[in-house]
Design a protein around this ligand. Structure first.
Ligand code: F6P
Length: 328
C-alpha cells in the first residue's frame, strides 16, 4: 500500500502555454476538495531546488482560469539536470513536507520528473502543457487549441494585406520539430501550401504549386511554414529563392513568434486543463506515479511518462490530403 498523499507540489516548466493557469487552479482546487495541501513551486525545477514555494488554496487561485502564461513562472533548469541539483530538490521538497508532484510542461519537464522518480521514488504525475502538441499519449496538449486560434486569426489578417497588394506571404509558425500547428492552421486559414517537418515537399514542388496557383487566377498566396520544416532554407531564404525564380511574385515574410504562446486560453483549453488537474491529483491519491494525464478519444487517460517521452505524436495524414484537395 502506498503512503497517503498529504501535500502536493505543482509547477510549470519549459515554454509557457495558455491553459497552464487553469491547470494550476484545477490542481489546487482538487487538492482543497480532498483536504490535501497544495504548494505552488515557482520557476519549475529551479524553484524546486531553491524552495521558492507558495501555498495554494482554493481561494487564492481565483481569477486565473482566463489568464495566459503561468502565475508560477517557468524556467528551463540546468542545475536540475545534475545529480547534485536533484539531490537538493529532493531535500527541499521533503523539508517542506511535499510528498507528491504535478509537473505541467513538455517532454523536457517529463524527462526531469522521470529521472527524479527513478532516483528518489518521488511520486510524480505529468500534465502536457505546450502549444506544440508534440507529446505522445494525448490528442491535445494544453495551449495547442488556443495557439491554433491565435495563429488563424493572425493569418486572416495577413491575408487582408496580402490580397490588397497581390503578394505572396511566407508565414512561419511555431511547433518546434512538429508540424501540428502549421498543418491545422494552414487548412483553417486556407493556405496555398503548408511546409511541415514530417513531409518534405521539396523546392521544385513548391515552385510548381505556386505557379499552378498563379495560373489558376490567384493573385495572392499564403504559405505556412513550420519552424522545424526541413526544406533546407529559412523563411527568408525561401523568400529570396521564390523571388529569383518567380519574378511575377512580390514576396513578404511574417514570423509570428512568441505571440503564439500568449493570450487567454480558449474554452477548450480551460476545460481540458480542469479535467487534467482533477485526474492528476486523484491519480496521485490512488498511489499512481510516473504517468501523464492525456486526452484520448475524449476521455482523460493515463499514459506511462516514459511512453509520453519516447513515443512520437504523429500528425494526422488525412489532413495532408484534405489540404491538397482544398488548394485545388
Ligand atoms: O515548445 C514551445 C515553443 O514555443 C516552441 O514552439 C518553440 O520552438 C520554443 O518553445 C521557443 O522557445 P523559447 O521560449 O526558448 O524561445
Amino acid at each position: 500500500m502506498s503512503k497517503k498523499i498529504k501535500r502536493i507540489g505543482v509547477m510549470t516548466s519549459g515554454g509557457d502555454a495558455p491553459g497552464m493557469n487553469a491547470a494550476i487552479r484545477s490542481v489546487a482546487r482538487t487538492c482543497a476538495f480532498h483536504n490535501i495541501e497544495c504548494v505552488g513551486i515557482y520557476r519549475g525545477y529551479e524553484g524546486m531546488i531553491e524552495g521558492d514555494f507558495t501555498e495554494l488554496t482554493a481561494r487564492n487561485v481565483k481569477g486565473i482560469i482566463n489568464k495566459g502564461g503561468t502565475i508560477l513562472k517557468s524556467a528551463r533548469s540546468k542545475e536540475f539536470r545534475t545529480a547534485d541539483g536533484r539531490k537538493k530538490a529532493y531535500a527541499t521538497l521533503t523539508a517542506n513536507g511535499i510528498d507528491g508532484l504535478v509537473t505541467i510542461g513538455g517532454d523536457g519537464t517529463f524527462n526531469g520528473a522521470l529521472i527524479f522518480n527513478k532516483e528518489y521514488g518521488f511520486p510524480v504525475m505529468g500534465i502536457p502543457g505546450t502549444i506544440d502538441n508534440d507529446i505522445f499519449g494525448t490528442s491535445h496538449t494544453l495551449g495547442y487549441d488556443t495557439a491554433l486560434n491565435t495563429v488563424v486569426d493572425c493569418i486572416d489578417k495577413i491575408r487582408d494585406t496580402a490580397s490588397s497588394h497581390n503578394r505572396l506571404f511566407f508565414v512561419e509558425v511555431m511547433g518546434r520539430d512538429a508540424g501540428h500547428i502549421a498543418l491545422n492552421v494552414g487548412i483553417g486559414a486556407g493556405a496555398e501550401e503548408i511546409l511541415i517537418p514530417e513531409e518534405d515537399l521539396g523546392l521544385d514542388r513548391l515552385l510548381e504549386s505556386l505557379r499552378r496557383s498563379k495560373k489558376s487566377g490567384k493573385s495572392s498566396s499564403i504559405v505556412v511554414v513550420a519552424e522545424g520544416d526541413k526544406i533546407g532554407k529559412t523563411v527568408f531564404e525561401l523568400k529570396d529563392y521564390v523571388e529569383e525564380n518567380m519574378t511575377e511574385y512580390e514576396v513578404r515574410v511574417s514570423v509570428l513568434g512568441h505571440m503564439q504562446r500568449g493570450g487567454p486560453p480558449s474554452c477548450f483549453d480551460r476545460v481540458l486543463a480542469s479535467r487534467m488537474g482533477v485526474k492528476a491529483v486523484e491519480s496521485l491519491m490512488e498511489g499512481q506515479s510516473n504517468f501523464m494525464v492525456g486526452l484520448v478519444s475524449d476521455k482523460i487517460e493515463l499514459t506511462p511518462l516514459e511512453n509520453a517521452v519516447k513515443g512520437k505524436s504523429e500528425i494526422n495524414k488525412e489532413l495532408i490530403r484534405v489540404s491538397d484537395i482544398m488548394t485545388t
